[in-house]
Design a protein around this ligand. Sequence first.
Ligand SMILES: [Zn+2]
Length: 418
Amino acid sequence: MSREDNANGRAGGSFKEPGPAPGRVEDVRRGNLVRVLAAIAQARTDPQRYPTRAELASLTGLTKASVSSLVAELADSGLVMESGATRDGERGRPGVGLQLSTRRGVVGMEINVDYISAGLLDLGGALRASRTLECGNRGQSPESVMALLSGLVNGVVAEAAAAGIEILGGGLAVPGLVDTASGTVSSAPNLQWHSVALELGGLLPGAPLGTVLYNEANCAALAELWYGHGLDFRDYLFVSGEVGVGGGLVIGSRLFAGPHGQAGEVGHVVVDPSGPDCSCGGRGCLETFAGQEAIFAEAGIPAGTASVRLGQLVEQLDAGNAAATSAVARAGRYLGIAAASTARLMNLSAVVLGGHFTRMGPWLAPAVIESLANHAPGVVSPARVAVSELGQSAALLGAAGSALRSVLAAPSALTPAG
Ligand SMILES: [Zn+2]
């Protein structure tokens, strides 16, 4: 949100000072575009509640003339559209509701160890298309995985074109430490990628904002905040089970990523100093007890693809198999230990379990709750240990949502005068 004074000079009163310098006028215009767009974005998806121009003026403190001009600019650039619903405006005059355009969209993408996925989110926040391809990416070259992803993305782009949706940009989630600014994967041990600069420009060549690289667990953590159903948490530890164990810290409804963007790596919190060696080079990390391999091995699930093994594990859990329930309970105990320490350290009161943990939720969550009660009594109540409903699509939604928010934060990059 802009901190600039509004364009109609309310903060300046009636002093007869020279007009603002041209650069400042431009800054004010950009700031006001963001304010109007944010006010439209904050409206509910109920057509009866889409704000009118008059309501936007009162929400932003701008004059109706300014709002009309800014809305026209946002509509010209395709970011905003009239909802078509007329509703009562001031003094009984009808007004037209405004919403983020469903004819513009962003693409969320994910590379994980055993699958890749891509999905189209329109600016209104609806997932319009989604594709997933199971493939073993561990140890594969970044070029070959990016080529596969590019093929998947092309399919989504074609679906967008058929639906008349113009793509503005995208976000790619990768399970590892990333440098967003340079588009570099610093370290993704489970892919065996280190210091890899990805060819992000090739993914959405026609999109004005290009593709931005994100950490997978951070994306999934944010997706719970933006698209999770029934959760009212604003401060939580998100723990994502995949081949590795990822994590994200959401504090005050914002991701806490740390000074180098690498906070929240709960998978590499040490839960047993004498435990097994970990892919990070350390020992006894949470991942060595709660990662897929650890759980499958402990449960005696035979080798195979990750999705088949997960299906077998859930079948055995359903059947009450002792080895399977004990393996998942063990993972839950260690998850509880890591979550207890994290909750104490960061003053958090909620935990959300995502990724493959969602499939194990009924058996895993009770063990996590018991472990939290043992190791941090009274800090996280049982009602605040939740299982994600987004599952495997969380990272994709979070990557797309991050791209969408970068559009909303800098609409002037897309407006004609931008
Ligand atoms: Zn580790």
